[in-house]
Design a protein around this ligand. Sequence first.
Ligand SMILES: [Zn+2]
Length: 254
Amino acid sequence: MRNLKTTRLVVIRTQELGESDKLITGYSKESGKIQLLAKGAKRSLKRFVNKLELFSCLTVQYNDKYRLPIINWAELLDSFLPLRQRYSSYTAAILICEHLYYWTAANDGDEELFSYLLWFLKELAHQPARSSQFLVLFLSKFYDRLGYRPDLTACAICGKLDNTAAPFAFRIGQGTIICRRCYIKRGAISLALPTIKLLGLAFELPVEKLSRLKLNTQTCREALNLFRCYGRYLLDRDIQAWQALNTAGYPILM
Ligand SMILES: [Zn+2]
């Protein structure tokens, strides 16, 4: 039985396989990104009913003797059902799942990142009206944790950070900001001072205190634009779900 392993995970992607099987991609606390096969998932109602859905948090036992490990049993810890019932919440949760899918690897668990994910899903399920804010706060913690925290402490040229020099422009390639006095270019990723200050707080605050931060629409728009462009540059691809967020009415610059 030494091939049997147990882990806690969030389902970040699902795929039907053939007549009756389901392929689950999860982000797990212990192992990072993990792909598991649920044999007979579409037939065996008792074993897996309503458990292997997107965004569900589960404890699973699986057998890793096979190239594609097979799930033995799954216990549902939280289904985060409201996220599948409201389009705007669904698109936001998909965006975050896609971030985990593309940015994380197998056998590379990160307890901290896992706790950010659970925090995000929980807050989004309970306070859907604040979904843009939770996206910004999650992405701040996410990029910071991956080692890509943008340096927003001051203008990278003159070292100033005050309102007379605002708005600031974010330089994707360097991950730094330049003030209006030092840099004049159309089409830059513009950041007002309150956005910069707020992201600075989000990087520092522990995850359980993040919800205290209140972000207005302009801050959300600027921050989401920053993370979208920065992520696209770092990953060298655009994450599809940003488009869906646009149609769901999020403050996104397309
Ligand atoms: Zn400057």
